[in-house]
Design a protein around this ligand. Structure first.
Ligand SMILES: [Mg+2]
Length: 233
């Protein structure tokens, strides 16, 4: 099982082993398993939840106040609109935005822990002058709610990030090479200047490197700086 690091505020990390290639200008982070993690594995995506996504079940609960068929209607909606985001569903079903958002935020607070050592790495790279972006399989709104937990984005917008790319703006998921091509078009940064940091060897390393990314770094278990220098491709 994944170990979760949580250093005290005074902990000073040594980044001397962190070697990004000289051509790298933009460093992209994955979210799940990289910046935050489930408190209990399987809470987020589970077959007992509507469409495997707990938040859709939560939306169906609110939708049921308007229609007894909310669950099947939401499933139909996401099948017809593959690149949905949570706010699309809120608008489509006339749900109370503030109430739904409050419930979703509360759910996130209960279900996830922040991997603060990774978040500190993100801040350190920003301080070093790299552009920081996020690339995730979550829809854009899901990305923002998770990044909010990690205090990376706030009510004023995406803060220090220069881009957030999710399933509905990349039009797909990270295992799909076409997703990376679209993300590269959105960033406008030459692929060779981009590095990806994530926890999934296929989605965060193999596929982005195939798409031309200059470097990919896989973080596993606790952040291991030796690993950062040796696993990079
Ligand atoms: Mg991940």
């Amino acid at each position: 099982m994944r170990r979760i690091n949580s250093f005290g505020n005074n902990y000073k990390m040594d980044y001397s082993n962190l070697h990004l290639k000289p051509e790298i200008r933009t460093v992209c982070f994955d979210i799940d398993g990289t910046l935050i993690d489930e408190r209990v594995p399987g809470a987020q995506i589970h077959p007992r939840h509507l469409g495997g996504n707990y938040l859709l079940e939560l939306l169906a609960r609110y939708g049921a106040q308007h229609s007894e068929k909310a669950e099947s209607e939401i499933l139909d909606y996401i099948k017809e609109n593959l690149f949905w985001d949570y706010d699309d569903i809120i608008v489509e079903f006339g749900l109370d935005y503030d109430r739904v958002m409050a419930s979703m935020r509360e759910w996130h607070l209960g279900e996830f822990v922040v991997l603060w050592d990774r978040v500190r790495l993100l801040h350190e790279l920003y301080r070093r002058g790299y552009q920081i972006q996020v690339i995730s399989n979550n829809p854009y709104m899901g990305c923002l709610m998770k990044l909010e937990l990690a205090e990376i984005v706030g009510s004023n917008g995406i803060g220090l990030l220069s881009g957030v790319h999710g399933s509905n703006n990349g039009l797909g998921q990270k295992h799909d090479p076409a997703f990376w091509r679209r993300v590269l078009e959105l960033t406008g940064v030459p692929a060779g200047h981009m590095a990806m940091i994530g926890d999934n060897p296929l989605e965060d390393s193999y596929v982005p490197l195939q798409a031309g990314f200059g470097q990919a770094i896989i973080v596993q278990d606790t952040l291991n700086l030796e690993e950062l220098s040796s696993v990079s491709v």
